[in-house]
Design a protein around this ligand. Structure first.
Ligand SMILES: Cc1cc2nc3c(=O)[nH]c(=O)nc-3n(C[C@H](O)[C@H](O)[C@H](O)COP(=O)(O)O)c2cc1C
Length: 201
């Protein structure tokens, strides 16, 4: 990495974000993923919205599009193992819910019983950009049994053992490479963007 790229990476790493378990179910199948690109995106308490950036290759993304619903969960600081179990393997290969207590929310999405907080959401809008599907959900119900500080990405990484750290790092590199290719192809097909990737009028 160039020195300027390292400075940019350091600046971006200053921002810590909560990690959320996003679950969904459709056609008798269910899955969930760990997500840090989740942003509350409404000023209107009568229309509480959340925006998620989802990798379109993830199984959960497919289920959200099929069902039109999902649940979001914040975790307690001691739920790092649960977070990694949703973030490192695909629900196409394993049942991530095995041994976990769940209920079904009003939207039909699975809701984890043991978490810090849960929001049941209806999908109301989506936009595909490069390799990401940006979805907006409207929260229709919420559960916050014991308010506390939620597990964040930084705390999760700090708790990971060397093997988990390697797995997280290699997943990140794989996704970053795919993202780079997707953005390059998007920019190349946009007549308002030059080959440098800079917008011009
Ligand atoms: C800290 C962390 C944050 C992540 N954030 C996101 C995210 O915001 N969006 C996303 O689509 N995937 C994210 N992932 C990756 C998914 O959790 C991961 O690919 C998961 O295994 C997908 O499972 P699925 O195929 O069952 O849906 C993240 C993973 C980690 C470890």
């Amino acid at each position: 990495m160039l020195e300027s790229e390292q400075s940019i990476a350091k600046i971006i790493e200053l921002v810590d974000r909560a990690v959320w378990v996003v679950t969904s179910a459709a056609g008798g199948r269910r899955s969930g993923l760990l997500a840090s690109w989740v942003t509350p995106s409404s000023l209107d308490p009568l229309m509480p919205l959340v925006n998620l950036s989802l990798n379109d290759r993830n199984f959960t993304t497919e289920l959200i599009q099929q069902s039109g619903s999902f649940s979001l969960h914040l975790l307690r600081l001691n739920q790092t193992a649960l977070a990694l179990s949703f973030g490192l393997r695909s629900g196409r290969d394993i049942d991530k819910f095995e041994g976990l207590q769940t209920t079904i929310g009003a939207t039909g999405a699975p809701v984890l019983t043991d978490c810090l907080a849960a929001l049941d959401c209806r999908l109301i809008h989506k936009v595909q950009i490069a390799d990401r599907l940006y979805v907006w959900g409207r929260a229709v119900s919420g559960r916050l049994p014991h308010p506390a500080i939620p597990l964040s990405e930084r705390a999760l990484l700090a708790s990971a053992n060397p093997e988990q750290r390697t797995a997280l790092q290699s997943q990140r590199e794989r996704d970053a490479n795919l993202q780079r290719v997707a953005w390059q192809s998007l920019l190349a097909s946009d007549p308002t963007v030059g080959s440098t990737g800079h917008f011009h009028s």
